[in-house]
Ligand binder design. Sequence first.
Ligand code: 8YV
Length: 333
Amino acid sequence: AEARPRVWVSQPLFDAVVEQLGAHFDLVTTAQVTAYTPELMAERLAGVDGALVTLNERVGAAEIAQAPRLRAIANVGVGYNNLDLDALSKAGIVATNTPDVLTETTADLGFSLLMAAARRITESERWLRDGRWQQWSFKTMLGADIHGATLGILGMGRIGQGIARRGALGFGMKVLYHNRSRLPEAQEREVGAQYVDLDTLLSQADHLVLVLPYTPASHHVINAAALARMKPTATLVNIARGGIVDELALADALAHGRLAAAGLDVFEGEPAVRPELLALDNIVLTPHIGSATLATRQAMVQLAVDNLVAALGAGPDAGQPPSALNLEAIKAA
Ligand code: 8YV
C-alpha cells in the first residue's frame, strides 16, 4: 500500500478532529512551544507532507528550504502574517486559512472591548474589588457613550463589516471606514458605513476599531502622528495584529490624556505584554481571544482540517481546498 501522508499538528486539537485527520494521515504531534525558532520550525517541517499551524508558527523561506516533502500548510486563523505566501507559492506549497467561520465571534469580541474600554468596565471592577467604592457619586467612572457616537473602522473585510453592522444597526452609530479598496455602494448601505480617507477617519472617530491585515504597509499605521490626529476623548480597539500599533506611542498617549482609553486583544510581542501597557488603568487587555468560543474554535479547526485533507489530495474536495490562499499564485510561479 502507498504510504499515508505525514502531517504535523503544532498544537493540541479537539479529539474528534484528530480522529478525522488520523483517518487520512499519519499524525506527528509535538509538545506545545511558546516561540519557535526558525531552526526548530525547520526541524518540525522537515519530514512531513502537510502541517496544521497557528499564528505562533512562522513558515518562511528558510523553513521551507529544509522541508522537501512539504505540500500543504493549513493555518488555523484568518490572518496569515505568519506565512510567507510568496515563498510557499514558489515552492508549490498550498497555503490555506480559516475565513468566515470566525467573523461574527471576532466582531463580538471587538465590540466587547470597545464597550469595556469606553465604559471603563474592567477599571471599575478593579477599583471596586480594591475596596475603593466608599459612596456613590455623580463623577465616579465617567466614560464615553457608544450609542450615537461616530465609530471608525480601519480595515473593512468580513470582520470590519460585522463591527459596522453592530454599530449601525445595534447602537445607532455613525459608521466611517477606511480600507485599501472601497466597498461597492450597495454593500456600504447594507453594513451602514461610509468611506473616508485615513485622516478623516482618525480625526472624526469617537471610537476606532482596527481590523486590517498585518503587512509591511500596515506596520505601525497607528503611530504617534496618527494618535495625535485622534480625539483625546477617543477609544482605540485593536483586534487585528499587535504590530499595527506603535505600543509605546499608544501607552504615552493614554498616560498623558491624549487618548481616553484602549482595548487590545493583540500585542507586538505576544504573549509578552509591555509593562508600559500593563501599568495603565485606562486600557482593557485580553490574551488574543477574538475567536475564542468553543463553537468557533471547533469550526476553525474543522475548516483547517478540510483544507489540509483536500490540499493533500484526499476527501471530497481533493485538489480544491475550501479556503486556499495561493492556488493561482502556484500556477503562475
Ligand atoms: C486565531 C486570529 O486564534 O484568525 C486569526 O487571525 O488571530 C485568531 O483567530 C489565531 O490566528 C490562531 O492561529
